[in-house]
Design a protein around this ligand. Structure first.
Ligand SMILES: C[S@@+](CC[C@H](N)C(=O)[O-])C[C@H]1O[C@@H](n2cnc3c(N)ncnc32)[C@H](O)[C@@H]1O
Length: 280
């Protein structure tokens, strides 16, 4: 993703997932007085600063002393990291540009906990990425992540790539349609990958989800904000690309009007949520 302002404005659906999943994930983890945490793929930093960090720092009851948490939030996109450093700065969060796929990514520490929210569907070789995360965890360290396994937007990418007008800009489309999209049980596939790396998998679950957007325009803006191809489209063709993208998406949507929101549309998608531990 290349436009942090747009992503920050139109990531209501990623924020909703974080608000629902993070308290659950964190409640299942152990807590130490001092913890070093990695957030892989922090994007604009909103969820790192406003949802993950407070959940990790919260005092659960009077007997539990407040713990000291430092979060290293990384993203491969420099524009995202620059934005996060300004908009979501905190003395206990360090935002850094880093690609988890590059072995030369060096940290001067190992992590007690690793999180990754809505990222793994961007990564083709998930086994390699998770192998790197295994190396970066301390023994008995915990990992939790969730990502989109199925969503209509992947069918839209495929349709757009078959249109001769857009095909030259979408020649790497297969890298952005995750294998899970074609799988009968993505959570079981992920459990197998995690187990083969050496993780003790505590949970790997498929969740069917829905998200309601107030209007088609709102939904298209959100999909464009996370669209991996739009930066390759020449500026004079961008509005035409968006219009064709909208037409393709319309065939896969359904209207779900309510009294308060008569133009709203609903999108079905699936999430894989994983919790595991490094035991050696
Ligand atoms: C959909 S955003 C999710 C952002 C944030 N975690 C959230 O919940 O809103 C996915 C992010 O993963 C980042 N990303 C993709 N591949 C990566 C890699 N190999 N290493 C680090 N970050 C990566 C992208 O740059 C993008 O900002």
């Amino acid at each position: 993703m290349y436009d942090p302002d747009l992503y920050d404005k139109y990531s209501e659906f990623q924020r909703r997932d974080a608000k629902e999943f993070i308290p659950y994930i964190v409640s299942k983890m152990t807590r130490k007085p001092s913890e070093v945490v990695l957030d892989l793929g922090c994007g604009s930093g909103f969820n790192t600063r406003n949802i993950l960090f407070p959940a990790l720092s919260e005092v659960s009851n009077k007997e539990t002393p407040a713990n000291f948490v430092h979060v290293y939030a990384i993203d491969v996109s420099k524009t995202m990291v620059d934005f996060a450093c300004i908009r979501y700065a905190h003395p206990q969060i360090t935002y850094t540009v880093a690609d988890v796929m590059k072995d030369e990514t060096e940290f001067h520490c190992k992590f007690d906990k690793i999180f990754s929210l809505h990222v793994l569907h961007w990564i083709v070789d998930q086994g390699k990425a998770l192998g790197r995360l295994f190396e970066l965890l301390k023994t008995n360290g915990e990992i939790a992540f969730y990502y989109i396994s199925k969503a209509p937007v992947f069918a839209v990418y495929d349709m757009m790539s078959r249109n001769p007008k857009w095909a030259p800009f979408l020649n790497d489309v297969s890298e952005f349609i995750p294998k899970s999209y074609f799988s009968a049980d993505p959570a079981q596939d992920m459990r197998d990958i995690m187990t083969s790396i050496g993780f003790n998998v505590q949970e790997s679950s498929n969740y069917s989800r829905k998200f309601r957007f107030d209007s088609v325009e709102n939904m298209i803006d959100a999909a464009m904000a996370a669209n991996p191809f739009v930066h390759k489209i020449p500026s004079e063709l961008k509005s035409e690309y968006k219009e064709d993208f909208r037409k393709c998406f319309m065939t896969l949507l359904y209207y779900a009007p309510t009294r308060d929101s008569p133009n709203s549309v609903e999108v079905d998608y699936s999430i894989v949520l994983v919790r595991g531990q490094k035991r050696v």
